[in-house]
Design a protein around this ligand. Structure first.
Ligand code: AMP
Length: 117
């Protein structure tokens, strides 16, 4: 079953795409949690961080560098931003196609709500 993000990568579903190359695609989140909320996804389906292999090391580094480039384009690089990858149920993952959230454009507050460890 192709993931919803795989269909976006292939242009079979509409998206507000901001970047694409041979390894990754980036598009705006449909339910933005901040003024800038962009998802960076590998073009190849990798379900979760747990499924990454040693040979994916370059790909993950590329995802971060693409996020850096987009943050500059969005004008939020100097003010600051946050990169998040959720993994599995307790990590809050909803779409099982690896993706990095790029969030910024307002003060984002603490990383997680403190409820005790
Ligand atoms: P996660 O909870 O880390 O799996 O994040 C999934 C994200 O995908 C959520 O922030 C959703 O709002 C976003 N999302 C789901 N469907 C779409 C879509 N068709 N286009 C853009 N973003 C989407």
């Amino acid at each position: 079953m192709p993931t919803i993000f795989a269909k976006i990568v292939r242009g079979e579903l509409p998206s507000d795409m901001v970047y694409q190359d041979e390894q990754v695609t980036a598009f705006r989140d449909i339910h933005p949690a901040a003024p800038t909320h962009i998802l960076i996804v590998p073009n190849r389906v990798i379900p979760t961080v747990n499924d990454l292999q040693a040979e994916d090391e370059q790909l993950v580094g590329h995802m971060v560098l693409v996020a850096q480039k987009i943050a500059q384009q969005e004008g939020i690089a100097e003010r600051g931003y946050r990169l998040i990858i959720n993994c599995n149920k307790e990590g809050g993952q909803e779409v099982y196609h690896l993706h990095m959230h790029l969030l910024g454009g307002r003060p984002l507050g603490p990383m997680v709500v403190r409820r005790g460890a």
